[in-house]
Design a protein around this ligand. Structure first.
Ligand SMILES: C[S@@+](CC[C@H](N)C(=O)[O-])C[C@H]1O[C@@H](n2cnc3c(N)ncnc32)[C@H](O)[C@@H]1O
Length: 213
């Protein structure tokens, strides 16, 4: 994330974030120790702000990992609201279930196990809020599928749109070329979707925020 905003400003922003929840802190540490990608701290704070303002009743998350963001979202929802979260990795599903139990959120968070490409078209519900955070090669397809499930007036929140700065860089290391192309293609669609009022923000690894109109 060094190539998105200057390190001093990033550090300054992060210096105000003081996570009080022991469970959230322990999930952050677990993710770091085990190299599991989760939403950055500043993007998570922003996500919480949007959830608090919007108070969605039905939320869909694409890419649960170990339920770090699921828990941060669900704890802000009303008891009658529901978060459905899709994950294809069996190992991550096990870990996510453990953390969701620890957070006492088993009634509010429902994990849908499998590939989101197959699962999303089968979901009958429409959602007030969708968080897209999955494999980059699937992003565009998952975005199109998700948009069909987003209510008018609903919000879509997408992580990694600046992809460590590479989407806007002239030179991209070989290792990141394909993933960067995928995100650039996604961003093009996201910013030109007629049914969406969309913006790209330099928070965390880059957040795409869209309102369905
Ligand atoms: C970046 S992590 C999600 C992090 C999580 N949202 C958080 O911030 O705590 C991406 C996760 O999406 C899962 N994933 C990627 N593509 C998927 C797909 N097509 N269907 C279901 N899960 C997928 C991966 O297995 C991985 O666990």
């Amino acid at each position: 994330m060094k190539k998105i905003i200057y390190p001093a400003q990033q550090e300054y922003i992060l210096s105000f974030i003081n996570q009080k929840s022991k469970l959230i802190k322990s999930i952050e540490n677990f993710a770091k120790e085990n190299n599991i990608p989760i939403l950055s701290k500043d993007a998570s704070e922003f996500l919480e702000q949007i959830i608090s303002i919007n108070q969605p009743k039905k939320v869909l998350e694409v890419g649960t990992a170990i339920a770090y963001s699921s828990i941060r979202i669900a704890k802000l929802l009303k008891p009658s609201s529901v978060l459905m979260t899709i994950e294809k990795s069996k190992d991550n599903i096990k870990l996510a279930s453990t953390f969701i139990k620890k957070a006492k959120l088993t009634r509010r968070i429902k994990i849908l196990e499998g590939d989101a490409v197959d699962i999303i078209p089968k979901i009958k519900n429409k959602f007030d809020f969708i968080f897209l955070d999955a494999d980059k090669e699937d992003y565009l397809n998952l975005y199109k599928l998700s948009l069909n499930k987003l209510k008018k007036g609903g919000i879509i929140f997408v992580d990694n749109v600046l992809w460590q700065g590479f989407t806007a860089a002239k030179k991209v290391p070989k290792k990141y070329k394909r993933s960067t192309e995928h995100i650039r293609e996604f961003n093009d669609h996201f910013m030109n979707t007629k049914s969406l009022k969309s913006v790209l923000l330099p928070i965390g690894d880059g957040i795409g925020l869209g309102l369905k109109i």
